[in-house]
Design a protein around this ligand. Structure first.
Ligand code: PHE
Length: 332
């Protein structure tokens, strides 16, 4: 009987040695464990046979079986670690990053040329002591026209043909309504600029676009004259453009200024480009906002930001600012 057990143990050990080398996954390992050590596995089955052995043989056979069981348990444990280590190594390899690969270049953007020009204009006037004000782009007929001395049927309305978006509401055609809003909310003296977007029903061409930007300036105080206006503009143009530019100051008409002027700029011998309308605030406007025209005078202008950028950078088509063409924008 003992011999039989001894032979069986040798067989099981031989089979174990044969199969244990081919295990690669945790599932395969579990199958082996069940086959050798599970409740109905080889070894427990052999332990059951032990009970039938005569007592004097049982101890020796038990020892033999126990050592086989321990051996297999130990090796199963070792195999488990080996398989886990292999899986871990594979995972690390799969997830590895190659830090020697060149990176993906993400270019750093620049500000849009219109933004750059606006910031430069703001800087110059802030240094002269002007505040930056703002107003809504959707404006009422009252602020955009009426309060600026442009009544309902005034022919000057043709010049500011607009986009109407409802009863008495329109996209503002200039930044001048901000003059009214500021004067109605502050007592003189007032010294503000207001940069902002404006809209007109213009057909796009090289110098017109239905969306564009202006900077409004307004200075109201006791004793201001046309000479102050002219000085401010000249000083601004000098700072903004530097040498190599010419300026032309000529008469114009606006219902909300009297007298009114327009300013043209050209680079070297290039074409003249109108950059702003300007003038002394009309007494009718002062009366509308509750200022006393006998007490204060003032002046205002509306400057086209696109025109300034075109002159500064030598751009001959305003539409380029609105096409989002990276090759154009990258140059600034
Ligand atoms: N608002 C005028 C325009 O858009 C410009 C202007 C502003 C003229 C202020 C005079 C005074 O044409």
């Amino acid at each position: 009987m003992y011999d039989q057990i001894e032979r069986k143990v040798a067989e099981i050990r031989a089979e174990w040695e044969k199969v244990c080398t081919g295990v690669n996954t945790p599932q395969e390992l579990e199958e082996l464990r069940v086959r050798f050590l599970g409740r109905k596995g080889y070894i427990p089955r052999l332990f059951a046979v032990l009970r039938e052995l005569p007592p004097q043989e049982r101890a020796a056979a038990g020892k033999l079986l126990n050592s086989l069981r321990e051996e297999i348990q130990r090796e199963l444990e070792a195999l488990k670690e080996k398989i886990a280590a292999k899986a871990e190594a594979e995972r690390l390899k799969r997830e590895a990053h190659d830090f020697t690969l060149p990176g993906t270049w993400r270019g750093v953007g620049t500000l849009h040329p219109l933004t750059q020009v606006r910031l430069e204009i703001e800087r110059i006037f802030m240094e002269m002591g002007f505040d930056v004000a703002s107003g809504p782009e959707v404006e009422t007929d009252y602020y955009n026209f009426e309060a600026l001395n442009i009544p309902q049927d005034h022919p000057a309305r043709d010049e500011w043909d607009s986009f109407y978006i409802g009863e008495g509401l329109l996209l503002r055609t200039h930044t001048s309504p901000v003059q009214i809003r500021v004067m109605k909310s502050r007592k003189p003296p007032v010294r503000i600029i207001c940069p902002g977007r404006c809209y007109r029903r213009d057909n796009p061409d090289a110098t017109h676009f239905p969306v564009f930007h202006q900077v409004e300036l307004l200075w109201v105080e006791r004793g201001l004259t046309m000479a102050h206006l002219k000085w401010i503009i000249e000083e601004f143009v000098r700072q903004f453009f530097g040498p190599g530019y010419e300026m032309r100051f000529s008469a114009d008409f606006f219902p909300f200024t009297e007298p009114s002027a327009q300013v043209h700029i050209r680079r070297k011998d290039g074409p003249w480009l109108e950059i702003m309308g300007a003038g002394m605030v009309d007494p009718a406007v002062f009366e509308e906002v509750g200022y006393d025209p006998e007490e204060v005078t003032g002046f205002a202008f509306g400057l086209g930001i696109e025109r300034m950028a075109m002159l500064k950078y030598g751009i001959d088509d305003i539409r380029l600012f609105f096409q989002n063409n990276i090759r154009f924008l990258e140059q600034f």
